[in-house]
Design a protein around this ligand. Structure first.
Ligand SMILES: [Zn+2]
Length: 358
């Protein structure tokens, strides 16, 4: 999607650049701690959910008309109930960003910590495209700590890259830390600073305000490590590890090293489905594979304490996927299984290739 390539959200650079001008978002309220008790798998949880409606409906409404036309039902299953934690290491605390009937699949090749061409700046969240005026929901309950323009540079400066944005301080924390979600480029905002919102509250509508070339939500999850630091400086977590996958779908997480034994930074991973189920066909939209990237050594990114990942991809229908890594003049391949509701973790080193740990 080329227009998103031109959209350079400068999260980390702007976090630094905005240090002086940025309004400080303060923290209040006590936070409940998420207790990582494994969520029992529902009966039949390993079965792939069948598409409940004809798949072709997904592509029948042109984006330009979509806001004026009722959306047809889509094939995307609902998310697992949250918090979703099939193992004590998992923390899928949050729900989906759009209501049922709307798709919320992030752009495949411009995900968390992707870099824009040219400037090389890091992308601090995920971009989820949707027609203008699609309702945007709070992914978890909490207090609105920011609502409006100027999150990065302050209200007095025009042209904030986030445009109209909402930030929620969530009721549920994790490992003694507070979690925030940020929704950028909104067309309209329905909430006010200080307001408490339950999960699923419509906080605004999809737009393209700020530094954006098309309607989408830029979603971030931030976890400040210091109480007195402004939220604009808070480290960024990969949302793919925090939003519950659709029922019957899973998550692929990896730790990928380069020839020097360091986490491979901005390496390319190619993912090709081996089971062309109707869900996979609909998700891949005619593509044979998707290309995504690793991250790791960049500042401002917080890797998961358990997985220590530098690669994570949520929203994968259960099934087999072929992973390809090209490093130097070597090509490495592995077929991995993604299970419903679960994380498939792999380790990759050039010496030993792929090692999959289910
Ligand atoms: Zn973005």
């Amino acid at each position: 999607m080329p227009f998103f390539r031109r959209f350079w959200l400068l999260t980390l650079a702007l976090v630094l650049a905005g240090a002086l001008a940025a309004p400080s978002v303060t923290r209040a309220d006590a936070v409940a701690e998420f207790q990582p008790t494994p969520t029992p798998m529902p009966r039949g949880g390993r079965k792939v959910l069948a598409a409940p409606w004809p798949l072709q409906n997904r592509f029948t409404v042109p984006a330009a008309q979509a806001s004026a036309t009722p959306m047809p039902p889509v094939w995307l299953p609902p998310a697992y109930p949250q918090p979703w934690a099939p193992t004590p290491h998992d923390h899928f605390l949050f729900g989906r960003v759009f209501p049922p009937g709307f798709e919320d699949i992030p752009i495949a090749d411009y995900r968390f910590a992707a870099r824009s061409e040219g400037s090389g700046r890091l992308h601090g969240g995920i971009d989820i495209p949707a027609p203008f005026d699609t309702p945007v929901l709070a992914i978890g309950s909490g207090r609105v700590v920011w609502a409006g323009e100027g999150f990065t540079f302050g209200r007095e400066r025009n042209g904030d890259p986030y445009g109209l944005a909402v930030v929620i301080r969530h009721d549920l924390g994790w490992q003694g830390q507070v979690l925030y979600s940020l929704y950028a480029h909104l067309e309209t905002i329905f909430v006010q600073r200080g307001q408490w919102v339950p999960q699923g509250t419509a906080i605004g509508l999809v737009g393209s305000t700020g530094k954006s070339d098309g309607p989408h939500v830029h979603l971030e999850i931030r976890m400040p490590l210091r109480d007195d630091a402004p939220l604009q400086h808070a480290p960024l977590l990969n949302p793919e590890l925090w939003i519950a996958p659709p029922v019957g779908w899973g998550v692929l997480v990896g730790q990928v090293y380069d020839e020097q034994g360091r986490l491979w930074d901005f390496g390319t991973i190619t993912i090709e489905p081996r089971d062309w189920t109707p869900e996979v066909r609909a998700l891949w939209q005619g593509r044979r594979l998707i290309v995504t990237h690793t991250y790791g050594r960049a500042g401002g990114i917080l890797r998961d304490p358990y997985y220590q990942e530098n690669f994570a991809l949520n929203n994968l229908p259960a099934g087999r996927y072929r992973l390809v890594i090209e490093l130097g003049d070597q090509k490495y391949e592995k077929v991995v299984m993604v299970y419903p509701g679960r994380v498939t973790f792999f380790l990759f080193t050039p010496e030993d290739g792929f090692e999959v740990v289910q």
